[in-house]
Write a protein of this length. Structure first.
Lengths: 246, 246
DNA sequence: TGCACTATGTACGGGATAGCACATAATCCA
DNA sequence: TGGATTATGTGCTATCCCGTACATAGTGCA
């Protein structure tokens, strides 16, 4: 361990992001000087469609939703990133695509680093590059699975997937989100979410109240969710076996 | 230019894959010794879910469909790769994900290279790495866009997108595919494809007959297609400006 | 406490697509 | 040439979800 002031302050926090935590200690110490702890508020947009990237974010306890927007204004979530990953790495090279954006959907903290610095480190190859590329593949899997999930699975199952993917990236079993917000993320009507959530509540799996969803029976939720949840989760662990999400 | 026999034979072919064609001549010459021209027949599976990758394919005039399969057997296309790209690079590191596979959907040729050799070259960094990573990002965009397209756009528009993305990767304006096949790729019913294609034929945009689709009016097709086609195409050109697909 | 605002509940009609069944047409091959 | 096979056409019902409209219930603040 280093002994500089920066190290002492930031090093323990780094390990809260599991992607950073997989890196060798030496590398992590070097990065520590460039990493900055920031608070992310719900609804905050980390990057907008078509923008050049300024920072890459490694969430510690915040959760970020990657979305794809259409001209009509409707949009859908293509992936969710929490303390298991990073926001912006897929777009490290070449700026953002036209229609994609990253929005904080659960407030908390993240470590951020300027894209330049990270890119320079990335181009050295080695552990960082390998780690980020593995994560990139896991992200691709999540997006691909979401594609077929959108086509074949009902709203109720997608809601389960949505909740479980977030639970895995949180300390508590309480999700802060209104039906309205969930509807926007899933790209469905608010009423459809109300109906699906109502069923789950009637069955005793969850309890919600004005923007707070309490997950009461995680096991049953896992029994109800479509395979997509397991595929994505399994893939994360295959590629990044050090991750400790449930 | 080199003067060995291998160079003479294969070098002109390399330039038919536009991703390879963007590479510096020196690098291309080195790769030429490891590249092998193979014929890909329709329906041929380049890799299966969960397999370790043996080769990476750079199509010259063949077209490959990347699919994601569900337990139920239904599946959907998540991206299409032709002479503008490569099959398998996203999975160069860490083997295939559980549910993804690559199927040849239009017969033709491809240059292939063993994953080991390519990976070694990739890890050198430089032009090849940069080129493949840019392509990877374009692929991600295609997948992400397909996600929202699946949710918000009708079958007719998706059919237009499907045809246009293939036309761009072919020399002719004739697509060899039955309604049945298209239905499987889009993840919809065969009858729905028949209906959508029937409309397009009635409007004079296409003419089909027993597994051959002739595109008569490309412009009108572009007028009818959803924005997803333009987004994907635009993104390919932004990231790989040397590409010459229409 | 009461009012404004936000969140959730419910109901109705309509459209797109699924699932199924079967008819017709084109192609291939013996 | 004729029969088998493959490809396409069509019609039904069922289901899921959307769009809309409006009712009710919690929450926060003056």
């Amino acid at each position: 361990m280093g002994s500089s002031r920066v190290d002492q302050l930031i090093l323990p926090v780094l390990y809260k992001n599991q992607l950073l935590a997989t890196l060798p200690a030496v590398l992590l110490q070097r990065l520590a000087f460039a990493l900055e702890l920031v608070r992310l508020e719900t609804g905050c947009v980390l990057y907008e469609s078509g923008e050049r990237l300024h920072h890459v974010y490694f969430p510690t306890n915040s959760i970020v939703s990657l979305r794809c927007e259409l001209e009509s204004g409707s949009s859908g979530e293509i992936a969710v990133v929490g303390n298991d990953g990073a926001v912006g790495i897929a777009w490290l090279l070449g700026g953002q695509p036209q229609t994609s954006q990253a929005v904080v959907c659960s407030a908390g903290f993240a470590l951020r680093i300027t894209a330049d610095v990270l890119l320079r480190e990335f181009e050295h190859g080695g552990a960082l590059q390998h780690c980020l590329l593995c994560y990139m593949q896991a992200l691709i899997t999540q997006t691909a699975q979401t594609t077929v999930c959108n086509r074949f699975h009902g709203i109720e199952q997608q809601l389960c997937r949505w909740m479980l993917l977030r639970l895995d990236r949180m300390a508590s079993n309480e999700l802060l989100a209104t039906h309205e917000l969930i509807a926007i993320m899933l790209g469905v009507r608010r009423e459809s979410v109300t109906q699906a959530a109502g069923k789950l509540q009637a069955a005793g799996l969850i309890h919600y109240k004005h923007g707070r969803i309490l997950v009461l029976d995680r096991q049953q939720l896992e029994a109800l969710v479509c395979e997509c949840y397991a595929v994505v989760t399994h893939e994360y662990h295959r590629l990044l076996p050090q991750l400790t999400t449930h």
